[in-house]
Design a protein around this ligand. Structure first.
Ligand code: SF4
Length: 300
């Protein structure tokens, strides 16, 4: 973390800015402010970035790009909304084509107001972002040691940003394992996850207040359909998925049959499913590199 703090890498995306915020952001790189002397690197590759800096309001075109960049960031990461537009939609928020600020698509950690903010304020936002990044690093490190103290409970709509971040981390790892990043969860936005709460029952696994696992279920007659159980890659193969399934089974005593899925190379999850009594009954190809293995369990 010490090295990272001294040289954060930033990927900058203009969501539909008037260019005011972008000029101020780029001014940070000019000889007057010269943030590179402080180790800050402006990278074009999200896979190398620690910080995702967004300018401008989100519109129909930029929303998919923001989600695409966000899902490629390594974990943990920080998202900074620079300027009034990226923070809330700004003066464009009521336009027919504007969705709002960056937080309508991805969880934002630091908001830097201003129209546009001055370079000093943007540098200040990056420094604040580094503090958040350090907290996230520390939380993950302590959470990893606290696996024996996992708490399980219902998830609420307010958990959507954390569940989105968890899905991103989980399916990024899956994409690497499968050599294919076509997992539908990687295309989701925060609004998509929030909408799921209208019809699904969510459970979460918490360590030190951080969500490290989640599962969502939906009732179809006697059958409960559970989406792919997501467990942070740090906590795989430690019984979290099996326990989340058990919580759902206990919460729905009238359900006679349970169905869920796992990607075919996720051996840890398939092992936990088998250990919980789930048997494969069909395979579904969703892309050249990914098959869903559908598994089911009858209530005795
Ligand atoms: S906050 Fe102001 S300067 Fe920045 S993109 Fe919006 S209108 Fe332009």
């Amino acid at each position: 973390m010490r090295g990272l703090k001294q040289s954060p890498w930033i990927v900058h995306y203009d969501a539909s800015s008037c260019n005011g915020c972008d000029i101020e952001t780029l001014a940070c790189l000019t000889p007057l402010y010269d943030v590179e002397r402080l180790g800050v690197v402006n990278t074009g590759n999200p896979k190398h970035a620690d910080i995702f800096l967004v300018t401008g309001a989100v519109n129909q075109q930029s929303m998919t790009v923001i989600a695409n960049i966000y899902r490629q960031l390594p974990e943990p990461n920080v998202v900074i909304a620079v300027g009034a537009c990226a923070s809330s939609g700004g003066i464009f928020r009521d336009c027919y084509n504007i969705r709002g600020g960056a937080d309508t698509i991805v969880p934002v950690d630091v908001y830097q107001p201003g129209c546009p903010p001055r370079p000093e304020a943007i540098i200040d936002a990056v420094v604040k972002g580094l503090g958040v990044l350090e907290q996230k690093h520390n939380l993950l490190a302590t959470a990893k040691d606290g696996i024996d103290k996992v708490l399980y409970s219902h998830a609420e709509r307010g958990d959507a940003p954390e569940i989105l971040a968890l899905r991103k981390a989980t399916f990024q790892a899956e994409a690497f394992t499968h050599g294919d990043d076509s997992f539908p969860a990687l295309q989701q936005t925060q609004v998509d996850v929030e909408k799921e709460f209208d019809s699904k029952l969510f459970f979460k696994a918490l360590v030190n207040g951080k969500i490290i696992g989640a599962a969502a279920s939906e009732q179809h007659g006697d059958t409960t359909t559970i989406g792919a159980v997501t467990v942070h890659p740090y906590f795989r193969d430690r019984g979290v998925a099996a326990r989340l399934l058990k919580e759902i089974e206990q919460a729905l005593p009238a359900a006679k049959r349970f169905e869920t899925v796992a990607a075919h190379r996720n051996e840890a999850l398939l092992r936990e499913l088998a250990g919980s009594g789930y048997q494969p009954f069909r395979t579904e190809t969703i892309s050249p590199g990914i098959n869903w293995v559908h598994v089911t369990k009858e209530r005795p």
